[in-house]
Structure formats: C-alpha cells, structure tokens
Design a protein around this ligand. Sequence first.
Ligand SMILES: [Zn+2]
Length: 395
Amino acid sequence: MIQPAARTTRRGDLPVPGQRRPSDSAGAVLRAVLDHGPIARSSIARATRLSAASVSGLAGSLLEHRLIREVPEAAGPPGIGRPHVPLDIDGDAVAVIGVHIAVPRTTVALLDLRGRILAQRQDLHRDKHPDSVIAALIERIAALRHDHGARRRVLALGLATGGWVDSSQGTVVEHPALGWNDVPIGAALAGATGLPVRIDSNSRALLRAEQLFGAAAAQARGSAVLLFVGNVVDVAFSSGGVIHQGPRSAAGAVAHLPVEGCDEVCSCGRTGCLQAAVSERVLVRRALAANLIARPDIHGIVDAARDGSAEAFALLDERARLVGRAAALLHDLFDPEVLFVAEGGANRLPEPLETVRAQMRPGVAGTVRASSFPAHVLATAGGAVALDHVYAAPL
Ligand SMILES: [Zn+2]
C-alpha cells in the first residue's frame, strides 16, 4: 500500500537561521579593496571569485556611493587597450559614528572607512541613569556631527559597552557596574539620529576591529580570542572568522571567573572574581591611596610607571599576572591562532604584556598580542560595530 506523502516542508517549518548574514557581494568587493587597495578590478575578481562583470557593476555602485574611488595608476609601461584604473577606499566622503559607554564616561567618535579616528570626545557621566546617559549621548553625537562630520555622509552608528549586550535586539540586558537592566539603547539612538544603529559587547567589537584593520588580521580572521579588561571584563572568540554570539549574545561572560588571592567584593556580592580583582577602579583606588598618580585613571598609572614609579609598575604587573592566568585558561579552552589582551597596561608598555605571556603554557606565548589600537581602544570598539555593518552590506 502506498503511504500518504508526508506534508511538504514549508518555510515556516525550517529553523530560523542564526545571526550569520548572507554573504553580500558588494561587501566582498569593498573588503577586497580595504585589504588590497589600490587594486585593479581584475584582481578583485580573483580575490572574491566573482565574475569580472559582477565586479565591474558592483564597483560602479560603490564608486557612485563614494565608498571607493579610482586612483591614478603609478607610472608604468604603457599598456594596450583600456587602462587598469586601480580602486581604493574613499577616506573622505563618508564616515561612521563610534560610541562607547564606560563606567565613568562616554566616548563619541567619528571614524573613516579604514577605522581611523577623525575626531572624538570623551565626557564623564553627569548621571548614570540610562535616560540621562542616552540624552547626553544624543547631544554629543549631534555636536560631533556638526563640528566634524558636516561634509561627510554618516553611514551608521555603532555602540560598544560592557556587561551583557544583546546585539540582535539592540539592548543592554545587564550592566551591573552601571546598574543597567534591559535598556533598549539601540532603538533610542536610532530614533534620535535617524542612523542605522548596531550595538555589541566591548570584546566582540574589538575582535571585529582586529579582523577588519588589526596588525594580525589574517590570524584574527581564523580563530581568535579577545579578552577585554577595563572596569568590566569580557571575552569574545571566533572560529572560521565568525564571532560567536550565543543565544541572546550572552557568550563571553568571564567577569566572575574565580581567581586566587583577591579579597575585593565584586558587583555580584562575592569575593575572588576576576572582574573585581583586575577592575580599573580598584587599581586606581590603590594608586590614589599610595599617592602614585595625578590622573585618576589607568593611563595615570601607566604614565607613572613610565616615569619610573616602581609601585605603579608593581600594580600593573600584579594585574597582568591575574589577566595572564585568565588568558592562559582561555587559550587552553579555545587554542586560537591569536589571543588579544586589550588591557591598559599591556596595550602601552612591553613589561605587562610580557607578564601576561609568562602565564601561558609553553610554546603559545607568541600567539598573545596586545590590542592593535592602543591609543583609541574605546572609540575603535564603537566604530568597529558600525563598520562591521557597513562592510557586511555596503549598498
Ligand atoms: Zn563576581
């Protein structure tokens, strides 16, 4: 007897695809120009495996939108037929806004398509309530656009912060150090600025920046881990170039990883958490108590160490040892091609980075690097979230 045919699978029966976007050909062309420009159309076709006709059409659209430009070819032997006019990123016509929210302050920056900071401002919070921070951000973004971005078309706004950031919903789910819960900041900023807005965690944002523009971009596009250490601590990892988000983007919460020998009380109420042990606030408080610094932030401690203060060095070294132990554990878990430590000391001084490396198991210290953006970590983080959006689907 013939069995009745099973019901046809319909679109609604299929699992919802994950957060990976479909590959966008214009994005592939723009990334090829970013990586290899100035580059001829024929070479873009080879790099992207697109047909010459597709590349020509997409390049035309990208030129029209002034994301790329034609550059005069370097003098060479005269060719036959139509000259190859190489293409490069247009650094002058467009920009993105990068926003970062730290525990004490906000950073608002304007960046070009290469992730270069064109202008930025940092302001202490007047009040840490989400409504006040968002209202202040809207003013600062408008001021920055007015003062520095008037001649450029702004393509997108990216925001990075600590805690649990749900990038698919544009919500800061939990930021205990700021006392925030379920803040729909993406929609608030999109409504006020009229820009496409994307948000993500510090560590995922900085890993994306490493993949796009970093000094070890090739490895970062393979498998990578990025450990962000500021007042908050979070981690991101990627495999096959894809940064893992997890359900509701909850991956990367290492703030409460237990560490030995720490009696600081954490925001979770316990002692012995990594975030409490290495938090900038704790470090700055100790440096102030010992009268070591003039400027009450991590840069003040780095400056004091650079000026020869052994006590400031010891503070940074102790922190680097704790960060290194966490990094070693993460390295054992993921075995990445590269592990970035975005930490104020290691970013600017060789010794704390060496202390971090010294905690790793033998043979892998060489895969540990500081951030590629030591002078502008926070602005770069926010900007990378926006640029990720632009490079994914530029048209
Ligand atoms: Zn804790």
